[in-house]
Design a protein around this ligand. Structure first.
Ligand code: ADP
Length: 489
């Protein structure tokens, strides 16, 4: 169902799309509204109708509602996580982490509702007070992917709402019901009708209609680079604001002095958590340690693959058949076209219970070079490529040699190597002795180069994406004062 103006409604034309369990193709979670431009127009109209009152609501009152959603999510954490595992496939542990991120961010942003929203800046003129304040953008569209079905919508919705915008959310077609749950909780927490609307549907129809609607003044998008370019072009044409969180080709450097057990544990987690379907997944390892590749393979071979609902599983299914086939094609490219060598994995798994889902064995390539397609393109699956190099200069050059720049890390105890990595890596997020995944909500999240267009989500500046800066000057001198002019001019 769509949620428009505080009411659950089907798509105008009555069309629906199926929502299935990635671990069990026979498990149909539901038929979800498949919306078009007409439904989007209704949602935008509802958002416009709600705007004036939401704009007039003090920010701490907006924050109170977000905090209440955080509490509701906390109460229902295990149920929402179990449902997420059924809809999206990730393991229960990870699903709980996903919900927890939404909870943490609700509390963080509701705290920000009572924090400063501007600066007081000295004027060059007497009896003149100058300051900045935030102004909402108006109606904003949020377009989200399926890999963090609760966390990512909250990363966008909380700051957008707190800043005073009214929102139309278009959730990913693979995880529409998690978004529905979140919106239900927002309504239960007292968010007024029309302030947050949900339009379900495909990207090409509902998503594109949201992007091109002239009254939607900003789009916040997380997804693939290809789709990001299409959205950015339309937003550019209409001169709307757009913020992009796109793909990446994240990397960990393993130095010869690294604590090898720690590095293996971190990289296995970074590469294979969520079956590699994270925008921060460790899909390259630039390696200088002679024992690393064998140790990683030994670790990965212990992984249990299966449905995420089984608490003992390490590696859950991929989101859908198309994505599974795409990853298998990359594995073929890696071997046949690129000429890299597979150390473990590389095949689909379909024995027993696995036959009903989209499984691929965790896959480690070695002898990759920085220019290979498997070392350049985002795979979004349980695949990582080890790239051997000779020294730190080569390691940093290899790490920086992609068009993307979201997350990088280095394992070393050599302070100079660590400091050079921190300084020279062209990535928006850099870790030392930790994996490329594991963002915390109070830190800015976003990437350099083609990963984005300069905005950062979460963190202290989360509202920048969703608000305008207004420079305000109040002259109480009772005379015309001219900046830059000498007295008498
Ligand atoms: P992925 O499927 O890898 O997450 P996409 O970029 O295709 O990446 O999808 C991310 C989100 O963007 C989804 O909600 C999808 O429906 C939406 N989307 C896809 N194509 C478009 C488009 N042309 N315009 C607007 N939204 C789109």
């Amino acid at each position: 169902m769509n949620f428009i103006g505080g009411k659950w409604v089907p798509a105008r034309r009555g069309r629906t799309m199926e929502d299935r369990n990635p671990a069990d193709a026979d498990d149909l979670l539901g038929e979800v509204a498949r919306s078009d431009a007409g439904d989007v127009a209704d949602a935008v109209e509802a958002a416009q109708a709600a705007y004036a009152e939401w704009f007039a609501t003090p920010m701490p009152k907006r924050g109170d509602i977000i905090r209440r959603v955080g509490h509701l999510l906390e109460e229902q954490k295990d149920d929402v996580a179990a449902f997420m595992t059924r809809e999206m496939g990730k393991t229960l542990k990870e699903a709980r982490g996903d919900v927890q991120e939404g909870i943490d961010f609700a509390h963080y942003m509701s705290g920000q509702s009572r924090s400063p929203i501007g600066d007081t800046i000295p004027s060059e003129l007497p009896r003149k007070l100058s300051m900045t304040m935030r102004h909402p953008i108006g109606i904003v569209g949020l377009i989200t992917p399926w890999n963090f079905p609760i966390a990512i919508p909250t990363w966008k919705a909380w700051p957008a709402l707190l800043a005073g915008n009214c929102v139309v959310l278009k959730a990913a077609e693979d995880t529409p019901l998690c978004a529905q749950k979140l919106v239900e909780l927002c309504a239960e927490a007292g968010l007024p009708a029309g302030v947050l609307n949900l339009v379900q549907g495909t990207g090409e129809e509902a998503g594109a209609a949201l992007v091109s609607h002239p009254d939607v003044r900003a789009i916040s998008f997380t997804g693939s680079l290809e789709t990001g370019k299409i959205i950015a072009a339309e937003c550019g044409r209409q001169m709307k604001r757009y913020s992009m969180e796109l793909g990446s080709k994240n990397v960990t450097i393993v130095m010869p002095d690294a604590d090898i057990d720690l590095a293996v544990e971190g990289i296995a987690w970074g590469a294979f958590a969520t079956s590699g379907q994270r925008c921060t997944a460790t899909s390259r390892v630039v390696n200088l340690h002679p024992d690393f590749a064998d140790a990683l393979v030994a670790k990965v071979k212990t992984y249990k693959v299966g449905p995420g609902s089984d608490e003992s599983v390490d590696l859950a299914p991929l989101i859908n058949r198309t994505q599974r086939d795409r990853v298998l094609e990359y594995i073929r490219v890696g071997q046949e076209d690129d000429g890299a060598r597979i150390l473990t994995g590389g095949e689909p798994l379909s024995d027993g219970v696995l036959a009903k889902g989209n499984y691929i064995a965790p896959t480690v390539f070695t002898d990759a070079t920085p220019t290979m397609r498997i070392a350049q393109e985002e795979i979004f699956g349980p695949v990582t490529a080890v790239i051997p190099v000779g020294n730190l200069d080569e390691a940093i050059a290899a790490a920086n040699s992609t068009t993307y720049g979201l997350s990088a890390s280095i394992y070393t105890n050599d302070m100079t190597a660590a400091m050079r990595a921190v300084t020279e890596l062209e990535f928006g997020i850099v870790y030392v002795n930790a994996p490329t995944i594991g963002a915390e909500v109070q830190m800015p999240f976003g990437g350099m180069k083609s990963t984005g267009n300069g905005f950062r989500e979460a963190g202290p500046h989360a509202m920048d994406e969703f608000s305008e800066t207004k420079a305000v000057s109040i002259d109480f001198s009772h005379q015309l004062q001219k900046a830059q002019f000498r007295p008498g001019e």
